[in-house]
Design a binder for this molecule. Structure first.
Ligand SMILES: [Zn+2]
Length: 98
């Protein structure tokens, strides 16, 4: 559990079932967030392939180390891969450009 998630668990007053997702890079955070309550979600709660998880974490690791247009290009591609794997359960997955 990361620190942001720890505090979110106290600050969210209403239960959110995280119906829509966004993909956004941030330092030391998982790449999947709830688009409603803004909580940083645990990537292991999703049925993503290990290959895709590795790609997502490599993308986070390279955040601010690679040019932003490249970051956004890879992020968009990864978002499409996430949609292909869990889009059935989450019809709305949005990529947040930097
Ligand atoms: Zn939520």
């Amino acid at each position: 559990m990361n620190i942001r998630k720890f505090f979110n668990s106290f600050s969210s007053r209403e239960e959110c079932n995280h119906p829509t997702l966004k993909i956004e890079a941030d330092f030391s955070a998982d790449p999947i967030w709830c688009n409603v309550c803004g909580e940083n979600l645990d990537i292991d709660d999703f049925t993503l392939s290990d290959e895709l998880k590795d790609e997502l974490f490599n993308w986070i690791r390279d955040y601010k180390k690679i040019p932003m247009d490249l970051h956004n290009k890879v992020g968009k591609e990864l978002t499409e891969k996430v949609k292909a794997e869990i889009g059935k359960d989450y019809p709305s997955i949005t990529f947040i450009q930097q």
